[in-house]
Design a protein around this ligand. Structure first.
Ligand SMILES: NC(=O)c1ccc[n+]([C@@H]2O[C@H](COP(=O)([O-])OP(=O)(O)OC[C@H]3O[C@@H](n4cnc5c(N)ncnc54)[C@H](O)[C@@H]3O)[C@@H](O)[C@H]2O)c1
Length: 317
């Protein structure tokens, strides 16, 4: 098995690389940039970590890399992320995210890659209100911006590659990610919908965290270490995944004040002041239904308290 991880130095990609490197497995780390989060530093000179600097929109270079390293399995995490930003630069988001996904599918088909896991997003579903959920993989896709539309586009193409060419490829749809590596070197989402990161970034640096409103806003997260392990498990599963698409999340939403209360338990000196109501400028969204992946793979999300505690230990270490 020779694994290539795209977006290898982003938040998710670096955590996926970590899962393989921990087991002394070789990873071809494909990215535009090379930057090591704290947990990857010990692997900086590890011969198992092969950095390939490349742009995924360049299909020729991608296929040459797959051939050169005899890549048999691909985890495709690379993307330009963020719905609001994609409205400012639609051309760039569509070109990068659709073309990169298409190139991965084409390269996998022509070079007989044994399995590929492509990372999509909850954004492919769009703005379903809480009462319209939980959203399952058959829910109609109605993205609200170009980032989600690009994810939805690749999610529509992937089942055709399975059907017409027998390609063993799946797409996974996570919700918001949090955990080790977030915000290090500018990776991952760190805006207002990333309160775990933002609160910890303040209080663990001895600063108070204040927000005018948002304490009653519900958000759904997936712990990055769970997500990376699950993606690796899907990639390595002895049986081909039965479905083209899987929601991959915790399936549980928390109010920001609940997350703040958990943080306060572990950091009693933390000063956290969040005003009432929902986050200004952000809608409440329906949760994801994760029964499909649970029934087939038996994944159990780490309880939120445990994952926040682990993340705090990581930051403090
Ligand atoms: N961060 C979240 O909360 C979240 C939520 C749902 C889904 N996702 C999805 O998860 C995946 C990973 O997200 P992340 O937070 O780790 O992102 P990130 O921004 O931290 O990392 C993305 C990586 O992709 C690389 N990249 C971008 N364009 C490239 C190109 N053309 N060629 C090669 N590499 C390129 C970047 O250099 C970066 O290292 C993405 O597909 C994203 O859409 C993320």
């Amino acid at each position: 098995m020779s694994v290539m991880v795209t977006g290898a130095f982003g938040l998710l990609g670096s955590n996926v690389c970590f899962e393989f490197l921990k087991e002394n497995k070789k990873v071809v780390a494909y990215d535009l940039v090379c930057r090591y989060p704290k947990f990857l530093k010990p692997y900086e000179n590890d011969p198992n970590l092969i950095f390939v600097k490349g742009d995924l929109t360049d299909c020729w270079y991608l296929t040459e890399t797959i051939k050169k390293y005899d890549v048999t399995h691909i985890v495709h995490t690379a993307a330009l992320c963020d719905d609001p930003a994609s409205v400012k630069r639609p051309n760039q988001f569509l070109k990068t995210n659709i073309l990169a996904g298409l190139n991965i599918l084409e390269a996998a088909r022509h070079l007989n890659v044994r399995r590929a896991v492509l990372v999509s997003s909850r954004a492919a579903y769009g703005s379903y209100a809480p009462l319209e959920g939980p959203l399952n993989e058959g829910t109609f896709l109605q993205p609200i911006a170009f980032y989600g539309a690009a994810k939805a586009s690749v999610d529509l193409l992937l089942p055709l590659y399975r059907k017409h060419y027998g390609l063993d490829a799946v797409s996974v749809r996570p919700t918001g990610l949090f955990g080790p590596g977030q915000g290090e070197n500018g990776t991952g989402q760190t805006g207002p919908t990333a309160p775990i990161y933002n609160i910890l970034n303040h209080v663990l640096n001895g600063k108070p965290f204040r927000l005018d409103s948002g304490s009653e806003h519900y958000l759904e997260f997936v712990y990055i270490r769970d997500l990376a392990k699950w993606i690796k498990a899907i990639l390595e599963s002895p049986n081909p995944p039965k479905h083209p698409i899987y929601n991959l999340s915790s399936g549980i939403q928390y109010q920001i004040k609940e997350l703040a209360a958990i943080i306060k338990e572990f950091v009693p000196e933390a000063e956290i002041l969040i005003g009432p109501g929902t986050l200004r400028g952000f809608e409440l969204r329906a949760a994801l239904d994760i029964r499909r992946v649970q029934e087939e793979f038996g994944f159990v999300p780490t309880p939120i308290k445990e994952s926040i505690a682990e993340y705090i230990n990581y930051i403090r270490s």
